[in-house]
Design a protein around this ligand. Structure first.
Ligand SMILES: NC(=O)c1ccc[n+]([C@@H]2O[C@H](COP(=O)([O-])OP(=O)(O)OC[C@H]3O[C@@H](n4cnc5c(N)ncnc54)[C@H](O)[C@@H]3O)[C@@H](O)[C@H]2O)c1
Length: 367
């Protein structure tokens, strides 16, 4: 078994969970980490026993590093990923894949030309919650899916994130920040989308940072913070979609899928252990179901490990650039629909990833 050495660029808030988890997978080793602010990389390296820190340029020149995890900000995801691919390394981006469709498309094309893998968060779709829901749908427990609803409504992230600016600029907002969890889950459960329609709004022009070190500072909101849309899936399923950073509290469920024989209620797709309940026409009541398989703890990094294993085995990786691009296309189509006041057909498509049954259950990566 040849260990895959990994580099990590962007040692901010979310890097902790990746650094904690990645080394728990057999055959993976985080070799180096880098950040525009070198002190951050030094701090994380010490905390998680990463052999070395360096500049991004040095990391990309290291011929031992085969794959790089890109945890920079949405506005730099594409540029950093492009450099990683040009350096001849596989890349796994945090979400969203890129800011624009053109950037995303160019990344997919570059990866294909260089025969390299491109993957993208979220990997919560590989968790026990979404995978259990998928198995139930595939086994026909709710019959043929007819309609769905997705709701992510909260008041944003400026009260806790130390540098929340990116959540309120293009590439952020509830749609681009939280949308990938819901849309990737829907694509996993229902397959690709065909068209969307939506209206978007901005409830507040400014936000006030609530946590140190910039507590009290005002930031401008330059992207929509409330979206009400409908997705039409290729299968014909229609999904009401609400994404908002303008809501103090909502009681709407995160995800519901309604079929010819019953309904599924699914918890937060930004977790690995989303609760799943089933309503069957004959039972006339909800039943909470045990999660069947997969990781139910916070295993962010699972998608990276799956991609590394796929590189070694030659299989497809599940959290693919193709799915992330389709999700990016859906998000842009929502905003286009709002601007143009018309339904937007999607030009991208993707296949549903293979189920993540027994992923790493053997705790061995194929060589
Ligand atoms: N914070 C969370 O809870 C969370 C959860 C899931 C996903 N994410 C995603 O993870 C990504 C990072 O979010 P975060 O919260 O860690 O942000 P952050 O601001 O805390 O960290 C980003 C880090 O990237 C570094 N950076 C930026 N551009 C760089 C470049 N060109 N080269 C090298 N380093 C660069 C910054 O210096 C910073 O240390 C975002 O895409 C976000 O959507 C964050």
């Amino acid at each position: 078994m040849k260990t895959m050495k990994i580099g990590l660029i962007g040692c901010g808030n979310i890097s902790d969970i990746y650094l904690r988890n990645l080394s728990t997978f057999p055959g993976l080793q985080v070799e180096a980490c880098a950040d525009l602010i070198p002190a951050r990389a030094v701090e994380k390296a010490a905390q998680y026993r990463i052999p070395r820190t360096c500049s991004t340029e040095e990391l990309l020149q290291d011929s031992e590093i085969e794959m790089v995890v890109n945890l920079t900000l949405p506005r730099t995801h594409a540029a950093v990923a492009r450099e990683i691919l040009l350096a001849g390394k596989h890349v796994y981006n945090e979400k969203p894949l890129a800011l624009t469709r053109q950037e995303g498309q160019e990344l997919l094309e570059l990866a294909a030309v260089k025969n390299l893998r491109i993957g993208c968060a979220p990997d919560t779709v590989l968790g026990a919650g979404i995978q259990t829901a998928r198995a139930l749908i595939d086994e026909g427990l709710i019959g043929t899916p007819l309609s769905a609803a997705a709701s992510m409504q909260c008041h944003g992230h400026e009260h806790w994130h130390p540098a929340p600016d990116f959540y309120y600029e293009p590439g952020g907002g509830p749609l681009f920040d939280m949308g990938p969890y819901y849309l990737s889950a829907l694509v996993t459960l229902l397959g690709p989308a065909a068209a969307v329609t939506a209206m978007a709004a901005k409830g507040f022009d400014t936000r006030i940072i609530g946590s140190a070190p910039r507590k009290g500072e005002t930031i401008q909101v330059t992207t929509p913070t409330h979206l009400a849309g409908v997705i039409q899936f290729e299968s014909g399923v229609l999904c009401n979609t609400t994404m908002s950073f303008d809501v103090w509290k909502s009681t709407q469920p995160h995800l519901e899928i309604h079929g010819t024989r019953g309904s599924l209620l699914i918890g937060d797709p930004n977790t690995f252990d989303a609760a799943v309940s089933l309503f069957r026409a004959e039972a006339q009541d909800w039943t909470a179901l045990p999660l069947r398989q997969g990781y139910s703890s916070h295993m962010r990094g699972l998608g990276v490990a799956d991609m590394a294993q796929a590189v070694r085995s030659g299989n497809n990786h599940r959290c693919s650039g193709t799915i992330a691009f389709h999700v990016l296309d859906i998000m842009h189509a929502f905003l286009d629909s709002s601007h143009k006041k018309s339904e937007q057909p999607l030009s991208s498509r993707c296949e549903r990833p293979t189920p993540a049954v027994d992923l790493f259950s053997s705790r061995q990566m194929e060589s």
